[in-house]
Write a protein that binds this ligand. Structure first.
Ligand SMILES: [Zn+2]
Ligand SMILES: [Zn+2]
Length: 364
């Protein structure tokens, strides 16, 4: 047990009280004491074992994405079922579960229509650490538990499955929404954790050439392990390079995994007529479409966007990929911190120093 964790265990908290990472104001957040939540009807409370920090959490603590003061942040967790509320069946306290970043109700019109991430309204499936207390805490209350707790096979470690709750699922969904066919050529713009998982997703879906683009040579090196067949530095005119490498044809599917004008535009410039631009970046402000890359609107291209898919069946399905050793996400965890040091973890993750990709936060 890490020393800090031991110290926390030794320091008696009053009964029913826990530590949670709480947002107060831009640049003002940290561990606070909060009551351990209780499970209401349809809910579960989990004791968190492992969580992580998402790029979205950085936007929150910097004040770029608004959440209420006093909210516990974080939306990716492996935990042990601590309490089940009335009406949750098929689970027992003590079971180890993966909780998705997106927690759909499974009952509303978007959910039953298949758009679970848009549960209840636009982007409404994202509740944890957004509209309700999240999981960077010792305990967390999970809504609609029946639809959102995925039992973890015993042989899989917490680290092996945690990223399936958001980053990996989102990256894979970029490849899935792009409807990559066997032999397709694919370009993936940005090789952060989501872009790397999009690269891996493109490989799993049978792409032939996969061009990975990023400004960071270290990330490009990692992308080769995730399936990139050719890596290109973002500053070295990647559009011209891809046009040349595809003999002027362009790629079948371009994936945008950063959320910026330049990467969106580059992705559009390399998609062949009739091809697909699959976007999972989060944009702010306005997005401009260069008309020559768009055939003035007549190039039969498809632009598709995807929010991380929600629900336990998605997580079960992705866990089977880990079980069958088709994917190994552990290399994405470059650092691990105990919950006590979550401030340091945010600082490191935000700075992108020390070749950091993802930080694991060990809670219990
Ligand atoms: Zn996230
Ligand atoms: Zn719903």
């Amino acid at each position: 047990m890490p020393l800090a964790l031991q110290e926390r265990k030794n320091r008696q908290l009053p009964r029913g009280v826990m530590h949670a990472n709480v947002f107060r104001a831009p640049s003002k957040f940290g561990l606070e004491e909060k009551p351990i939540p209780r499970a209401g009807p349809g809910e579960a409370v989990i004791q968190v074992r492992l969580t992580t920090i998402c790029g979205t959490d950085l936007h929150i603590v910097r004040g770029e994405y608004p959440v209420a003061a006093g909210l516990t942040i974080g939306h990716e967790a492996v935990g042990i079922i601590h309490e089940l509320g009335p009406g949750v069946t098929g689970y027992e306290a003590g079971q180890r579960v993966l909780v998705g970043a997106i927690t759909p109700c499974g009952q509303c019109e978007p959910c039953l229509g298949g758009d679970k991430s848009q549960c209840g309204g636009p982007l409404g499936g994202w509740r944890l650490g957004n509209t309700i207390d999240g999981v960077q805490a010792e305990y967390a209350r999970i809504p609609f538990a029946q639809a959102n707790l995925a039992l973890i096979p015993e042989e899989l470690s917490d680290e092996a499955v945690l990223l399936l709750s958001d980053i990996a699922s989102t990256g894979f969904s970029a490849a899935e929404s792009g409807r990559i066919r066997l032999g397709d050529t694919v370009a993936v713009f940005a090789q952060g954790p989501i872009g790397l998982c999009a690269t891996l997703g493109a490989r799993l879906m049978g792409a032939s050439e996969i061009f990975a683009i990023d400004s960071d040579p270290d990330r490009l090196r990692v992308s080769e392990r995730f399936g990139a067949t050719k890596t290109l530095l973002a500053d070295w005119e990647p559009v011209a390079a891809i046009r040349e490498l595809t003999h002027g044809r362009g790629v079948d599917v371009a994936i945008e995994a950063l959320g910026q004008q330049a990467t969106f535009e580059n992705a559009l410039r390399v998609v062949r007529p009739g091809g697909t631009l699959s976007s999972v970046g989060v944009y702010s402000g306005h997005l401009r479409i260069p008309l020559e890359a768009f055939g003035a609107g007549l190039a039969d291209q498809t632009i598709v966007t995807t929010l991380c898919p929600g629900g336990k069946e998605r997580m079960h399905r992705l866990m089977r990929l880990v079980e069958a050793r088709r994917i190994d996400l552990a290399p994405l965890f470059t650092h691990v911190f105990p919950l006590e040091e979550i401030g340091t973890a945010y600082e490191l993750f935000g700075s992108r120093r020390d070749k950091v990709l993802k930080v694991a936060i060990r809670v219990s």
